[in-house]
Design a protein around this ligand. Structure first.
Ligand code: DAT
Ligand code: MG
Length: 172
């Protein structure tokens, strides 16, 4: 009998949102995610501008909470910083979502990250401390939005070579 090996290796985007950073939850969140035994293949601090925020949440453009959501992820209520991480491993998307918990922190399991650390503000913003991709298509789009291929230690999506000439800041 041949053994069936199911290896559904995925990558998924995790963001530690501005409220997670100001509450000094980075360690707690990474520690909890390490229970998944997934591997971090990318990490960087990002100062989120409007373009990035709106592109990331483009599917929610028609929601009444969209403007506040954009302000929140840009750091208007906390700090203009987000820690972006890419986790890789078997069934990474579903496993990270499970640890993250329900979108609504009041409905999230109390032991999930959002259940533990999230809150809803009096003006209705879901401050749920962490983002996690919710499908393969979303994960691919989001990873490609937040990271360049060279910023990951390993990339599972197709890449191409391109000549890029642009000015950028260097140390002096
Ligand atoms: P998730 O972040 O769990 O993937 P989503 O993609 O539906 O959830 O929404 C993105 C974010 O938008 C979510 O993390 C918090 C905010 N949000 C969603 N539904 C909301 C609601 N009913 N009221 C306020 N904010 C909401
Ligand atoms: Mg989502």
């Amino acid at each position: 009998m041949t053994e069936t090996i199911s290896d559904n290796i995925e990558q998924t985007l995790v963001l530690i949102k501005p409220d997670g950073l100001v509450k000094s939850l980075t360690g707690n969140i990474i520690d909890k995610l390490s229970e998944s035994e997934l591997v971090i293949v990318g990490a960087k601090m990002v100062s989120v501008d409007k373009d990035l925020a709106e592109t990331h949440y483009k599917d929610l453009k028609d929601q009444k909470f969209f403007e506040e959501l954009i302000q929140y992820i840009m750091g208007a209520y906390h700090t203009r910083r987000v820690l972006a991480l890419v986790y890789e491993g078997e069934n990474a998307i579903q496993r990270v979502r499970h640890i993250t918990g329900d979108t609504n922190p009041e409905k999230a399991s109390p032991t999930s990250l959002r259940g533990k650390y999230g809150r809803i503000t009096t003006s209705g913003v879901f401050e749920n401390v962490v983002h996690a991709s919710s499908s393969f298509e979303d994960a691919k789009r989001e990873i490609q939005l937040w990271f360049k291929p060279g910023e990951l230690t390993k990339v599972i999506f197709d890449t191409k070579e391109e000549e890029v000439t642009k000015k950028e800041a260097v140390w002096k």
